[in-house]
Structure formats: structure tokens, C-alpha cells
Design a protein around this ligand. Structure first.
Ligand SMILES: *[C@@H]1O[C@H](CO)[C@@H](O)[C@H](O)[C@H]1NC(C)=O
Ligand SMILES: *[C@@H]1O[C@H](CO)[C@@H](O)[C@H](O)[C@H]1NC(C)=O
Ligand SMILES: *[C@@H]1O[C@H](CO)[C@@H](O)[C@H](O)[C@H]1NC(C)=O
Ligand SMILES: *[C@@H]1O[C@H](CO)[C@@H](O)[C@H](O)[C@H]1NC(C)=O
Ligand SMILES: *[C@@H]1O[C@H](CO)[C@@H](O)[C@H](O)[C@H]1NC(C)=O
Length: 738
């Protein structure tokens, strides 16, 4: 079942044909990857989903991001504490509370206040978790055979300059979790064999270049969680063998172009969680052997364009959580070996496909946005796997959304269809107005259709959306759906504006003759549809300029854009929603305001007080409802747009709520507001039912009906009814009645 579905999707969405059995290695389309040596391509999202989609398991291979040296060295680092003991003790002297195996002495948590006396041929001394506060001069001088010293968790504060004198064979020195604030220059000058120096979790504020004097064999240096504010001018002059440097969690503020000048052997450089805000050109240019570079969690706002150019062997680069303002077009040029690139939480305003193209070996990429993934189609695994609207499993992540998309779709469609039916069934008096209303209902009905389609897509991808997310948002269906929604909203907005203006003319200038006739009305309505259609299809015009305008999220509605979008689509969306729609909204509010005042004034002059009050309340209510429904519908949209203009981040989920709940408000309410609740409609319906029941149509009734203008449209009818009764004949109400 599942296989069938995914085949269908493959064929369906990309028109991609499978050629099983053929031995030619397929050239998969962008975003698709070959299944090992089988001639089959799968969309990126099928990889590493825990399901053997390929059949040979190729899509579940190499899932973990094991690039870089972290894993290799991590195991060595982790095991360094582990000591393999020979059963017998060869040390003639040692404190009773210590464990002695062979020439190794373990005094863990033994309450020691100083380094205990023991035999000269001890090779390993573990004094973890004791109460040693200082290391005096020549404290290890007798133990020249020592290879490993473990002094973690002691709160050592003071280390004398000659503390490590004579340790010519020392290879590993652990001083982590102590209270060391300063290390004197020359402290390690006898430690020619030292390979591992671990100083994690100390409050060391600075280190000098001379500190490393003598450490000719230093291979691994770790100073995680110290308080370093700067690094020596040239970190590696004294330690040419340094291979691994971990300076995570310090307060380093800057790097200079000489900091790593002689670090030729360096393969791993960790600088996360520092305060680096400036990385000058050529900082890393001598790191020819660097395999992993981690600069995450710093304050870097700007990276020189060629900063990574010389890192020819770099496999893993982590730039996440930096306030980078932009990346250069050719920022990653030269990183041919890069396998993993972490750009999480980085806004990339100028993102484009070419930026990631040079990294042919890239297999893992991490972005802030799901959308960015479409710019790196050749990368096998792209995180995040989906956008915020949709969860990993479902297109509409929220149950309320999922249910209401159907409910609202149904209400919208049925309400509008009902009105279209009613208006066609009942012969209207003012056919042009009736036509406008019917056309409005058609536009609104499309919104219902769109919501149904959203509901269907949600059902289709239920439980496995993440696999299809990119395929779906890139699909023709999604784009057409978005265009449909766009057409519906824009046609509806323009029609409402037109209807408002028409009414406005009748009420505010009751004596003027500028009323569109039937032909003009038809032309205007046709024009509105053409404009709506153009607005909806223009984004298809130029893919380069607009990008995938509609497929920005699972519901395919181009409402919210973050800063990183193509300027074309961002500007267009802004122009439509904050330009056209806001203007229309303001025109409507203004027109209804003027109409209301105008009616009030006329009514005051023409009608007796009691009925006037009643009518006015009704008029006011209707105006309020119309304006409110527009406001409910459009204000959230305007707010989102303005927020995005102000560069405020709007969660993707908001879009789906607006699309499902607010946008269709107008479409669902329009039939009600413009037809169903008008008293004239109720009367007419009553009469119709009555007539139907009697099954006889009285000719006189019909005449009287048409003469007494019951079928006028909402607000205007009230006023015109008044006008009609007091001053004019039937004729004036005609344009406004059905
Ligand atoms: C594909 O590779 C597998 C091992 O990875 C091998 O057993 C199999 O024969 C190969 N198939 C073809 C068609 O080359
Ligand atoms: C260590 O030194 C003691 C004398 O101090 C000696 O008895 C013992 O054999 C030595 N052990 C080794 C392994 O050399
Ligand atoms: C480092 O930068 C300084 C200016 O800040 C410049 O004079 C010097 O030549 C640069 N060194 C290298 C190796 O690029
Ligand atoms: C990059 O660094 C961040 C924070 O330091 C970390 O959470 C993330 O896992 C790293 N990315 C990779 C791919 O290792
Ligand atoms: C990609 O990596 C493979 C091995 O992992 C290597 O053989 C190949 O040369 C790399 N490609 C490039 C373009 O460097």
C-alpha cells in the first residue's frame, strides 16, 4: 500500500518514470537521490525515515551526521580516564585508601589534601575528587616514570611554576574541574612528551604564548568552559603538533589573522559558545588540514567572502546560532570536501542555489527554515524536515485546524451555492445587482473549494507528510491551489469594493444619474475577474523572479514571508495584501461611514421618530457587521504583513490559522450578509413558500410585490424605502432592488 502510494507520488508529482532492471546509473532529478546501485530515485525526504524504501536499504545508510572527527576523537577522549589494571601491585609504598594495580595508583575520592608519597616507578596517578588545593614546587619530581596524571575535581587554585618539573614521560594531564585562574608561563616546559592537556571547567582568564613552551608533542588541547577573553597572538608556535583544539564556552571576543598562523597540523577547531564578533580575512588560511570547524553560538555578524577558501579538507562546518546578516554568494567556494554544513538559526536573505552548488560532497545541511531546503536540492539530508504549519506527520498539524478546514469549507461552499441557486431561482427585479451578488458568491465559493482541497491534501498525506513536504509544496497542484485561493480572495475583495461603491453612489448622491447599466456592470464584473485572474497567475510568469510563490508552506497560500524570500515574491505579496487589499478595505470603511451618516441625516428629516430609531439601529447593525467581517478577515493579514515589514518573526503556524479561520470569514459570511439576513429576502422567501404551498400564483400579488419594493438590498433599501415613502416614486428604488 505504502509502496504503491509512493510510486504514485513519484509519477504523479514529478512525472518521473522508474526504470527498474536497467543497469544504467540514473541521473536523478534535483531533490531526488539514487538508491545505491539500483536504478531508482527517491525524493530526499524518503532517506533515513526508518523505512526501507529502496528495497536494498540504501536509503537508510549513512543517516547519522558522522562527518568531522568528533566521533573518532570522542571515543579516545572518553576512554582516556579508563585505566586497565594489572592485578598485582608493584608499588612499594602508597596510601591505604588508594587502589594499586601494577604501577598505577588510583586515589579517587580519598580525602587527600596533597599528592601522596609513593614509589618512583609509578606510571599513572589518579587523584580525582580529592581536596588538593595547590601543587607546590617539584611535587612530582620523584615520579619521573609518570605517564598519566588525573587531577580532576580538586579545586586546585595554585600551581607553582615548577610543579611539573621532571615529568619527561608525561603523556596525559587532566586538570579539569578545578579552580585554576592562571597558569604561569613555562609551567609545562619539561613535558616534552605531553600529548593531551585537558583544562576544562576552570576559571582561567588568559593564557600566554610562553605557557606552551616545551609542549612539542601536544596533540590535544581542551579548555572548555574557561574564561579566556583572548587567545595568544600565535596559538601554535610552541605546539606544532596540535591536532585538536577545543575552546568551547569561553569569552573569546575576536580572532586575528595570526591567531592560527602556524597551526598546520590542526584538524579540529572548536570555538562554539564564545563571543567572537569579528573574524578577519585569512584567519583560517593556514589551516590546510582542518577537517572540522565549529563557530556556532558566537556573535559573528559578518564573514569575509573568502574566509573558508583555503579549507580544502574541511568536512564539517558549524555556523549555527550566529547573528549573521548575510552570506556571500561565494561564501562556501572551495569547500569541496564539506559533508556537513550547519546554518541553523541563520537568516539568509540572499539565499540561492549557486551558494551551495560548489559543495558537491555535502550530505547533511541544517537550515533555519524548511523553505531553504529547496535551495540545496543536491544535499541528501536537509533539516528541518518540514515547516511549522505541518508537523512531521501531517500537513495540518493541529486537530482543530484539521476539522475546521472541512467545516468552513462546507459552510462557505453551501452558503454561496445556496445563494446562487436562490437568486437564479427567484426572478429578481434588479438583474444587474443580482448578477453582481451571484458573481460575488461564485468568487467566495472558490474559497470553499480551496479549503476542500487543503482538507483533501491533508488527508492524502496524513501520517507521512514530511516525506512529501517538499514534493508537495513544489508540485503543480499546490501552485494551482494557491492561485485558486488568490483568485478567490482578490475577486471577492474587488467585487465587494465595487458593490460598496455602487451603493455609495446611490445613497450619497441619490439624484445623480451615474449608475452603471446592465452592460456596464457586466463589463466591470468581467474586468474584475480578469484582474483577479491576472493577480493570481502573474507569479507563474517568471520563476526566477518570483520563485515558488505559492509553495511556501503546506497550505500553499503566500501570506507570510520572512526576510529571506525572493524579493520578487515578497514585494508582490506585500503589494497585494498591504496595497490592493488594504486600499479596498479603507474604501469600504470610508464608504460605509459616509453612507451611514447620510442615512441618519435623511432619516432625521423624513421620518417620524419611533420607526426612525428602529431602522437606524438595524442599519447601524448591518454596517457594523459588514465592516467587522471585513476587518476580521483582513486585519490579521495586514498585521502579519506589517510585522513582516518590521522584520518581526511570525511563526509559520499563524499563517495556517489565518488561512483556515480568518481568510474565509468573508467568503462564508458574504452570502449571509448580502442576501440571507436581509429582511427583503426573508419576506420573499416566506412569500415563495406560501405560494408554493398554495400552488397557485396570484397575478395581483406579483404586481403589488414588484411595486412595493420589498426586494431591496440590505442597508440601502432602508434608506430608499424611506425616501420612497416620503418623496419619490418606485422608480428611484429600482436600481437598488433585485
Ligand atoms: C548492488 O550492491 C550490492 C552490495 O552493495 C550487491 O550485492 C549487488 O549485487 C549490487 N547489484 C548490482 C545490480 O550491481
Ligand atoms: C618499582 O620500584 C620498586 C622499588 O622502589 C621495585 O621493588 C619494583 O620492582 C619496581 N617495579 C617495577 C615494575 O619496576
Ligand atoms: C593581518 O592583518 C594585518 C592588518 O590588520 C595585515 O597588515 C597583515 O598583513 C595581515 N597578515 C596576514 C598574514 O594576512
Ligand atoms: C552545531 O552547533 C550546535 C550548537 O553548538 C549544535 O547544537 C549542533 O548539533 C551542531 N551541529 C552539528 C551538525 O553538529
Ligand atoms: C567526495 O568524497 C569522496 C570520499 O568520501 C572523495 O573520494 C571525493 O573526492 C569527494 N569529492 C570531491 C569533489 O572532493
Amino acid at each position: 500500500m505504502f509502496l504503491l502510494l509512493h510510486f504514485v507520488v513519484l509519477l504523479d508529482v514529478k512525472g518521473f518514470a522508474l526504470t527498474e532492471g536497467s543497469t544504467i546509473t540514473p541521473v536523478c532529478p534535483e531533490g531526488y537521490f539514487p538508491c545505491g546501485n539500483l536504478t531508482k530515485c527517491l525524493p530526499r525526504s524518503f532517506h533515513c525515515d526508518g523505512v526501507n524504501d529502496c528495497g536494498d536499504g540504501a536509503d537508510e545508510d549513512n543517516c547519522g551526521d558522522t562527518s568531522g572527527w568528533a566521533t573518532i576523537f570522542g571515543t579516545i577522549h572518553g576512554n582516556a580516564d579508563e585505566v586497565t589494571f594489572a592485578p598485582e601491585c608493584f608499588l612499594t609504598q602508597h596510601p591505604r585508601r588508594c587502589d594499586c594495580r601494577g604501577t598505577e595508583l588510583e586515589c579517587v575520592n580519598a580525602g587527600l589534601r596533597s599528592v601522596p608519597p609513593t614509589s618512583g616507578n609509578v606510571t599513572l596517578l589518579s587523584l580525582k575528587k580529592n581536596k588538593i588545593r595547590s601543587l607546590p614546587d617539584k611535587v612530582f619530581i620523584k615520579y619521573t616514570a609518570l605517564r598519566k596524571i588525573f587531577l580532576q575535581h580538586n579545586c586546585i587554585r595554585h600551581i607553582s611554576r615548577k610543579a611539573f618539573v621532571g615529568l619527561h614521560n608525561l603523556q596525559i594531564l587532566y586538570l579539569s574541574h578545578n579552580c585554576i585562574t592562571a597558569l604561569r608561563p613555562g609551567l609545562f616546559k619539561d613535558l616534552h612528551q605531553l600529548a593531551w592537556l585537558i583544562l576544562d571547567d576552570n576559571p582561567i582568564t588568559s593564557i600566554s604564548q610562553q605557557l606552551f613552551t616545551g609542549l612539542n608533542s601536544l596533540f590535544f588541547l581542551s579548555m572548555v568552559n574557561n574564561c579566556l577573553e583572548a587567545l595568544p597572538k600565535q596559538m601554535c608556535v610552541q605546539v606544532p603538533q596540535l591536532n585538536w583544539m577545543d575552546l568551547e564556552g569561553n569569552r573569546i571576543k575576536y580572532l586575528t589573522n595570526s591567531t592560527f598562523l602556524s597551526c598546520d597540523a590542526l584538524t579540529v577547531l572548536f570555538l562554539p559558545r564564545n563571543q567572537i564578533d569579528f573574524v578577519p580575512e585569512k584567519t583560517f588560511s593556514s589551516l590546510k588540514n582542518l577537517g572540522e570547524l565549529d563557530l556556532s553560538g558566537n556573535m559573528i555578524t559578518e564573514l569575509p567572502a573568502h574566509i573558508f577558501k583555503d579549507l580544502k579538507l574541511l568536512q564539517k562546518l558549524n555556523l549555527s546560532s550566529n547573528p549573521l546578516l548575510h552570506l556571500h554568494k561565494n561564501q562556501f567556494e572551495g569547500l569541496q570536501q564539506l559533508q556537513s554544513l550547519d546554518l541553523e538559526r541563520i537568516e539568509i536573505p540572499n539565499i540561492n542555489t549557486r551558494m551551495f552548488q560548489p559543495m558537491r560532497n555535502l550530505s547533511h545541511i541544517y537550515f533555519k527554515n524548511f523553505r531553504y531546503c529547496s535551495y540545496a536540492p543536491h544535499v541528501r539530508i536537509c533539516v528541518p524536515l518540514t515547516d511549522g504549519i505541518s508537523s512531521l506527520e501531517d500537513l495540518l498539524a493541529n486537530n482543530i485546524l484539521r476539522i475546521f478546514v472541512w467545516v468552513i469549507a462546507f459552510i462557505t461552499c453551501s452558503g454561496n451555492l445556496f445563494v446562487i441557486g436562490m437568486r437564479s431561482f427567484i426572478k429578481a427585479e434588479n438583474t444587474t445587482h443580482a448578477m453582481s451578488i451571484k458573481i460575488l458568491c461564485c468568487a467566495d465559493c472558490l474559497m470553499g473549494v480551496y479549503l476542500f482541497l487543503v482538507g483533501f491534501s491533508d488527508l492524502k498525506y496524513r501520517g507521512q507528510y514530511q516525506k512529501y513536504a517538499l514534493v508537495w509544496t513544489g508540485s503543480v497542484q499546490c501552485r494551482l491551489m494557491g492561485a485558486l485561493a488568490m483568485l478567490s480572495t482578490e475577486a471577492s475583495v474587488l467585487l465587494l469594493t465595487y458593490l460598496t461603491l455602487e451603493k455609495f453612489l446611490v445613497i450619497v448622491f441619490p439624484f445623480s444619474n451615474i449608475r452603471p447599466g446592465k452592460r456596464q456592470t457586466s463589463a466591470i464584473l468581467l474586468g474584475i475577474w480578469i484582474v483577479g485572474f491576472l493577480i493570481a497567475v502573474i507569479p507563474f510568469w517568471n520563476e526566477d523572479y518570483f520563485g515558488n510563490f505559492y509553495g511556501k508552506n503546506g497550505v500553499c497560500f503566500p501570506l507570510y514571508y520572512d526576510q529571506a524570500e525572493d524579493t520578487g515574491s515578497k514585494g508582490y505579496s506585500l503589494g497585494i495584501f498591504l496595497g490592493v487589499n488594504l486600499l479596498a478595505f479603507l474604501i469600504m470603511v470610508f464608504s460605509y461611514g459616509v453612507m451611514f451618516c447620510s442615512i441618519q441625516r435623511t432619516a432625521l428629516h423624513t421620518s417620524e421618530v419611533r420607526s426612525r430609531l428602529r431602522r437606524e439601529v438595524a442599519v447601524a447593525n448591518r454596517f457594523l457587521i459588514i465592516v467587522c467581517s471585513d476587518a476580521i478577515c483582513w486585519i490579521p493579514v495586514f498585521v502579519i504583513k506589517i510585522l513582516s515589514l518590521l522584520r518581526v518573526e511570525v511563526p509559520d503556524t499563524v499563517t495556517s490559522w489565518v488561512v483556515v479561520f480568518f481568510l474565509p470569514v468573508n467568503s462564508a459570511l458574504n452570502p449571509v450578509l448580502y442576501t440571507l439576513t436581509t429582511s427583503s429576502f426573508k419576506d420573499k422567501l416566506q412569500q415563495l413558500l406560501h405560494r408554493h404551498r398554495r400552488k397557485s400564483v396570484s397575478q395581483t400579488q406579483k404586481t403589488s410585490l414588484s411595486a412595493s419594493i420589498v426586494w431591496t438590498d440590505d442597508s440601502s433599501s432602508l434608506k430608499l424605502g424611506v425616501l420612497n415613502k416620503v418623496t419619490f416614486g418606485d422608480s428611484i428604488t429600482k436600481p437598488m432592488s433585485w
